[in-house]
Design a protein around this ligand. Structure first.
Ligand code: 6PG
Length: 252
């Protein structure tokens, strides 16, 4: 594994997604254990898409169950973003994480906070912000861990290139319901106000189609509305990118 620092982030390059996912499981476990030891609680926001599936399956596996057994009952599980579909829809990020991980571990039902993709988007976003407020006492909490992915267009969560959420990055609600032109669909997403408040942020990125966006994201620190993933810069937290060799091939 190669590791280096760039623009305040630690980048770890692993041979393939399986190795990067194993490392992600290790970091997830370390953060979860230390959070529950200090605060009797572990707050985590899961990302969607396909890349994290292997990580979620690992965390559900017996081998990791032992070290996480006492963590799950203290975990509060949120999502970074969601498609505007019902929870039973194959596109649902909730469904993916529920099937790969949450159905196999002992997080209490009332500590799993699903974004209501089936509701009218704006009210679902407002409802999720209230949920954050109810659980944390603030609608812009400091998560112990936020997991993120990156699209081939350098979007992260559901903040896409040229999103209005970038124009008002420092002054948006904590959860928004942007209309995404290229998808011709609404999405629900935590905004940078929440994403940049986390104590630990882990990007998990794999595949050669992510090589060019990754190169561009790390080419500078300047805010560029073409590159939303570059805007994730925790104000006072750890930022780690776990990438495989295919995704890292253009990084200098
Ligand atoms: C989503 C995700 C999104 C994802 C990227 C990468 O809802 O799609 O939250 O931000 O992380 O699109 O997706 P893949 O992992 O499928 O490449």
């Amino acid at each position: 594994m190669k590791t280096f620092e760039k623009h305040g982030a630690r980048i770890e390059v692993w041979r393939d997604l399986s190795e990067a996912s194993a490392r992600a499981a290790e970091l997830f476990t370390q953060i979860a254990i230390s959070s529950t030891e200090t605060r009797d609680r572990f707050s985590v926001a899961l990302s969607g898409g396909s890349t994290p599936k292997a990580l979620y399956a690992l965390l559900a596996d017996d081998a990791w169950q032992k070290s996480l057994a006492h963590v799950w009952p203290l975990a509060h599980v949120f999502w970074t973003d969601e498609r505007c579909v019902p929870p039973s829809d194959p596109q649902s990020n909730y469904r993916m994480a529920q099937e790969a991980l949450l159905a196999h571990v002992t997080v209490p039902e009332d500590q799993i906070y699903r974004m209501r993709g089936e509701d009218e988007p704006e009210s679902a976003a407002k409802g999720y912000a209230s949920l954050l407020e109810n659980v944390f006492g603030t609608s812009a909490p400091r998560f112990d861990l936020i997991l993120l992915g990156m699209g081939a267009d350098a979007h992260t969560a559901s903040i896409f290139p040229h999103s209005p959420l970038l124009k008002t990055a420092d002054d948006t609600p904590p959860v928004a319901a942007p209309y995404v032109e290229k998808l011709n669909a609404f999405r629900l997403t935590m905004t940078l106000r929440v994403l940049n408040s986390a104590a630990n942020t882990i990007f998990l990125v794999s595949g050669k189609d992510k090589a060019e966006p990754l190169r561009r994201v790390f080419a500078s620190v300047e805010r560029d509305e073409e590159l939303p993933a570059r805007w994730v810069r925790p104000t006072s937290g750890e930022l780690v990118w776990l990438v495989d060799e295919d995704a890292a091939q253009l990084l200098d």
